[in-house]
Design a protein around this ligand. Structure first.
Ligand code: ATP
Ligand code: MG
Length: 282
């Protein structure tokens, strides 16, 4: 079914029935939509060219599209295709019926060990695939993680991702909570930035707030650079062990993705289920 969406070259807005808005971001408005031809459900992200150009984001958008169309993994949101008219650019995205992990965390305050370990395994598997394809995501955080039908994580938003290695200087926007020390110091960095982010995420999911959260940006920066955080006693020992081995100032001391996947706490608590077809496809 989805083959039409990813193989056909030229779509127009008339090929779709547009449904309810799913949300809006800084630039995009996202709608539930259905391909008229075969009723295939997608999320259609609509961006205004004028806003993209005004902000000088043409290159970033191109890269995002280029990277995301080539990544095909159960835990990475598919970007099937795109098209544009004079005014707008449209991205045809996989629909994530579970919504944002961020909202789920707000609803529940914190997640269980089982749920967190499952997400960490899914993410580590997806990032292994990204890194094998020389892509670093750089922006792993609950706002950029969507949820599939069975609650499985879908990494979205490759707007910040890059091909390795990178010494890009760029103004940072949004939350600082997930920035690794080497990015704050604007040093050369590599794919281990994603391991730092997994550590921050694991902490936030279990505790309900990120480890370096502070009242001011400069205080957050300072705490990140000193790796100054502590665990509430509610965080289980196994998770503390994992997080401590990811939140290392020195990038080369962080666990590898393979080691995260083998970590005893992840192995004991993850309840990741792979759909039968994915076993055959891979
Ligand atoms: P930006 O990428 O410009 O920073 P953003 O990441 O905040 O913006 P978008 O990616 O534009 O937001 O998406 C806006 C909202 O729409 C998301 O926060 C999410 O709730 C919803 N959404 C986006 N894509 C999907 C999707 N594929 N399936 C379901 N909901 C989606
Ligand atoms: Mg986003």
């Amino acid at each position: 079914m989805e083959s039409t969406t990813s193989t056909r070259k030229h779509f127009t807005i008339n090929d779709f029935e547009i449904g309810r808005p799913l949300g809006r971001g800084k630039f995009g408005r996202v709608y539930l939509a259905r391909l008229k031809e075969n009723h295939f459900i997608v999320a259609l992200k609509v961006l205004f060219k004028s806003e993209i150009v005004k902000e000088g984001l043409e290159h970033q958008l191109r890269r995002e599209v280029e990277i995301q169309t080539h990544l095909q993994h159960l835990n990475i949101l598919r970007l099937y295709n795109y098209f544009h008219d004079d005014i707008r650019v449209y991205l045809i995205l996989e629909y994530a019926p579970g919504g944002e992990l961020y909202k789920e965390l707000q609803r529940k305050q914190k997640l269980t060990e089982q749920h967190t370990a499952t997400i960490i395994e899914e993410l580590s598997d997806a990032l292994t695939y990204c890194h094998e394809n020389k892509v670093i995501h750089r922006d792993i955080k609950p706002e950029n993680l969507l949820l599939g039908l069975r609650g499985e994580v879908k990494i979205a938003d490759f707007g910040w991702s890059v091909h390795t290695p990178s010494l890009r200087r760029k103004t940072m926007c949004g939350t600082l909570d997930y920035l690794p020390p080497e990015m704050i110091a604007r040093r050369m960095y590599n794919e281990t930035v994603d391991l730092w982010c997994i550590g921050v995420l694991c902490y936030e999911l279990l505790v309900g707030k990120p480890p370096f959260e502070s009242n001011t940006h400069s205080e957050t920066y300072r705490r990140i650079c000193k790796v100054n955080f502590k665990f509430p006693s509610s965080v289980p020992a196994g998770a503390q062990d994992l997080i401590s081995k990811l939140l290392r100032y020195n990038p080369s001391e962080r666990l590898s993705l393979a080691q995260v996947l083998e970590h005893p706490w992840v192995r004991e608590h993850s309840q990741r289920i792979l759909p039968p077809c994915s076993l055959m496809a891979s």
